[in-house]
Design a protein around this ligand. Structure first.
Ligand SMILES: *Cc1c(COP(=O)(O)O)cnc(C)c1O
Length: 396
C-alpha cells in the first residue's frame, strides 16, 4: 500500500491492510509465513555488509514477516519507522542499549514496568556507569529539577503499570526537547488505539505487542516506533548484536491478531470503565485506580491525550487481609488468576505487599492490591463473577 494513500485511511482499515499485500509468488491475498533462517546471497557477496539489517540475509538481521509487522505497527503508531523484537522487554532494552553510553544520565518515571526499573536502577548504572534518577513524572517541576547537563533520555510509562498514574506526554516532550533530551513512552497500557505518543511529540513509542495488539495471549513481541535515523541505529546496534529477534511465526501471529485489535480495544475500553464504576459501589473495595473515573488524579491529562478510552487495565484494593485476597481470587470462574494483560479473557493478579517498588506507589497500594486486565467477555458476566466472589467473602 503506498504511503500517501495509506495516510488517508482510518485506524481500523490500516489495522487490516497495512503491511499486507498479495503474494507475488502464489497470488494468496494474505502474506505467508516465511520460516527460513537464510536468504539467497547476491552473485558477489564479498562486497556486501554482512551485518546489514536492511536487506534479507539472515533472520536475526531482518526477515520477511518481521518487516510486514513493522509496516503495520509504524502505520498504527503514526511513526516514520519501526523495529519489532522478541518481547516488550527486548524492545525497551534494545532502545536503551542503542541510545545510552557510559556517563549519560536518564530520568525515568517512578512507575514503570519491573524490567525497566531493574535495568535502570541496577543494571545500567552498576554495570555501565549510566546515571539514573527516578522521578514522579506527573510532576513537571520535579522533572525539570532532575535534568542535568548529561541527561540524554526521559523514559515514561502512561498509564503506568500497575498504578495507572498519568504523565503529560506533550508537556514532557517540550521539556525534553527544550533541553536537548529524547523522550520515550511505554505505550503498552494505552495502546495506539487510545494514545499515539509520537503524534503528541515523543521521540519513541514502545509497545509490548504481547498485550493488546496481539490480544490472543499466544505470542510475545515488542516494538519501538520513531524516526528512521534512530531506528537504523537500533537495528544495527541492538537487533543484530543483542539478537532479540522476533520469530517469523510470532510476527505472523501478531500480524493476524492486530487485524481485530481496534475492535477488541473498543470493547476493553467499554468493559473496563463499566467494571471500574461497579467496583466504586462495592463496600469492601478500598480504592479503584482507573484514569476514566471522575476524581482520578490524572483524568484531565488522560482526556487530553487519550482518544478512544482509557484502556482495559485497572487496579483496586480490598478492605481485607492477605489471605482474603487469595481466597477472593480463588472464587473467580470467568476471570483467570494470571499475569499479563490485554488478552481477550479477563486476567487478575494479586500483587502482594512485598513488591520491591512498593515505596514508589501511592499510599493506598501499600497493603496489597489486585491488577485487573478487563477482558472482552460480556460485561454482565465479568461483574457477576466479581459479585459472587465478593459475596463469598462478605465484601459486598
Ligand atoms: C508487559 C509489559 C512490558 C513487557 O513486555 P513483554 O512482552 O512481556 O516483554 C513492558 N511494559 C509494559 C507496560 C507491560 O505491561
Amino acid at each position: 500500500m503506498s504511503e500517501n494513500f495509506e495516510k488517508e485511511l482510518g485506524f481500523q482499515t490500516r489495522a487490516i491492510h497495512a503491511g499486507n499485500a498479495v503474494s507475488t509468488e502464489t497470488g494468496a491475498i494474505e502474506r505467508p509465513i516465511t520460516l527460513a533462517n537464510s536468504y539467497i546471497l547476491p552473485y558477489d557477496a564479498s562486497e556486501m555488509n554482512w551485518s546489514a539489517p536492511d536487506v534479507n540475509i539472515y533472520t536475526r538481521n531482518g526477515g520477511a514477516n518481521q518487516r510486514y509487522l513493522q509496516e503495520k505497527i509504524a502505520s498504527l503508531e503514526g511513526g516514520e519507522d519501526c523495529v519489532v523484537l522478541a518481547s516488550g522487554v527486548a524492545a525497551l532494552s534494545g532502545l536503551f542499549f542503542a541510545l545510552l553510553k557510559s556517563g549519560d544520565h536518564v530520568i525515568f518515571s517512578s512507575v514503570t514496568y519491573i524490567a525497566v526499573y531493574r535495568l535502570f536502577n541496577e543494571l545500567f548504572n552498576n554495570k555501565f556507569n549510566v546515571e539514573t534518577t527516578i522521578v514522579d513524572t506527573s510532576d513537571l517541576e520535579a522533572v525539570k529539577a532532575a535534568i542535568k547537563p548529561n541527561t540524554k533520555l526521559i523514559h515514561i510509562e502512561t498509564p503506568g503499570n500497575p498504578t495507572l498514574g498519568i504523565s503529560d506526554i506533550r508537556a514532557l516532550a517540550k521539556i525534553a526537547h527544550d533541553n536537548g533530551i529524547l523522550l520515550s513512552v511505554d505505550n503498552t497500557f494505552a495502546s495506539p488505539m487510545n494514545q499515539r505518543p509520537i503524534e503528541l511529540g515523543a521521540d519513541f513509542s514502545i509497545e509490548s505487542l504481547t498485550k493488546y495488539i496481539n490480544g490472543h495471549g499466544d505470542a510475545m513481541g515488542g516494538s519501538i516506533t520513531g524516526k528512521k535515523e534512530y531506528l537504523d541505529k537500533i537495528r544495527y546496534e541492538s537487533q543484530v548484536n543483542l539478537g532479540g529477534t522476533i520469530s517469523p511465526f510470532n510476527a505472523w501471529l501478531i500480524m493476524r491478531g492486530a487485524v481485530t485489535f481496534p475492535l477488541r480495544m473498543k470493547k476493553h475500553n467499554e468493559n473496563a470503565l463499566a467494571v471500574a464504576k461497579f467496583l466504586k459501589t462495592v463496600k469492601g473495595v478500598s480504592f479503584v485506580a482507573y484514569p476514566g473515573l471522575e476524581g482520578h488524579k490524572g483524568k484531565d491529562i488522560a482526556d487530553s491525550q487519550m482518544e478512544n478510552g482509557y484502556g482495559g487495565v485497572l487496579s483496586f484494593g480490598l478492605k481485607a487481609d492477605h489471605d482474603t485476597y487469595n481466597r477472593f481470587v480463588s472464587h473467580l470462574k470467568v476471570i483467570t488468576s494470571a499475569v499479563s494483560l490485554g488478552h481477550a479473557g479477563s486476567l487478575i493478579v494479586f500483587l502482594g505487599e512485598d513488591d520491591e517498588r512498593m515505596y514508589l506507589y501511592p499510599e493506598e497500594f501499600h497493603n496489597g492490591f489486585l491488577r485487573f486486565s478487563v477482558g472482552i467477555e460480556d460485561v454482565e458476566d465479568i461483574i457477576a463473577d466479581l459479585t459472587q466472589a465478593f459475596e463469598k467473602e462478605n465484601l459486598i
